[in-house]
Design a protein around this ligand. Structure first.
Ligand SMILES: NC(=O)c1ccc[n+]([C@@H]2O[C@H](COP(=O)([O-])OP(=O)(O)OC[C@H]3O[C@@H](n4cnc5c(N)ncnc54)[C@H](OP(=O)(O)O)[C@@H]3O)[C@@H](O)[C@H]2O)c1
Length: 252
């Protein structure tokens, strides 16, 4: 059987890194992208290669739509030369940033940056990547628990993720003819570098968020990656057009 290949945006750190490692553990070869942290991405690639799987890293700004065509051309070359295939199977739109900005202070510049990275970029990277994907593939868009419950200062971030969620349902409807699925994974608060490491560097905030969860803690990257790997597995193939919240049941 042909080894499956995943493309994960933002695989250099945090959740994307864990997704990459868990997919590799399941026997998938992986291409990760990084935005600024090339060394971290190379370290993830080295870790995956040590397990016997193939891996590569590439630079991508998920908000720079004009860069997607050259990025995908370069991906095509990487797939052929390093993976011996011309297509890939799983696209995980994960890369992105967070910020806590009260609604009254959101500038048009901030709005445009968030719309580009978390919505427009996901929309057009997926559109442009589809011809490079094999039939039967899977698309997973990483959203957030904050589309269901509200966190002050997340109006711009969560609104874009909400757009991404609606897009994912339409995507599932249109790509089904190719035997492909599309789903959303929506993590709750996870202790990563996200939003200037807001959870890690703020013990009071961490304790507060933990108190909102029936399980009494915030998430770890390891809580998320396995769910993405499952959605890319044979067992996950009948899940389609769904928003799967992976938050430990916060704010039930
Ligand atoms: N952590 C949470 O609490 C949480 C909760 C819900 C949803 N999420 C979502 O989960 C995803 C990953 O977050 P995380 O917690 O893993 O954050 P993180 O630890 O800060 O890692 C962010 C990753 O995204 C990449 N990235 C940042 N800006 C990018 C851009 N403009 N284009 C492409 N890639 C970019 C980073 O690349 P470099 O390393 O090169 O900078 C890094 O690999 C995000 O979409 C986030 O919205 C996170």
């Amino acid at each position: 059987m042909t080894t499956k290949i995943a493309l994960i945006t933002g695989g250099s750190r945090g959740l994307g890194k864990n997704m990459a490692l868990r997919l590799a553990e399941n026997g998938t070869d992986v291409v990760i992208t990084y935005h600024t942290k090339k060394d971290e991405a190379e370290a993830v690639v080295a870790e995956i290669r040590q397990t016997g799987r193939k891996a590569a890293s590439m630079q991508l700004d998920a908000g720079d739509i004009a860069s997607f065509d050259p990025f995908l051309e370069q991906l095509q070359t990487t797939l052929l030369t390093e993976f011996g295939r011309s297509t890939f199977d799983f696209l995980v739109n994960n890369g992105g940033m967070g910020a806590t900005i009260p609604f009254a202070q959101v500038t048009e510049e901030v709005f445009d940056r968030f719309v580009n990275v978390h919505f427009k970029g996901v929309y057009f990277l997926t559109q442009k990547a589809l011809p490079h994907m094999a039939d039967g593939g899977r698309i997973i868009n990483i959203s957030t628990g904050t589309t269901r419950f509200c966190v002050p200062g997340y109006s711009v971030y969560a609104s874009m993720k909400g757009g991404m969620e609606t897009f994912t349902k339409y995507l599932a409807k249109e790509i089904g003819a190719r035997g492909m699925t599309a789903n959303v994974v929506a993590p709750g608060p996870v202790e990563t570098d996200f939003n200037n490491a807001a959870i890690r560097t703020n013990p009071d905030r961490k304790a507060y968020l933990a108190s909102l969860s029936p399980l009494g803690r915030v998430g770890e990257a390891g809580d998320i990656g396995g769910v993405v790997a499952f959605l890319c597995s044979e067992a996950g193939g009948w899940i389609n057009g769904q928003r799967i919240e992976v938050s430990g049941g916060i704010n039930l």
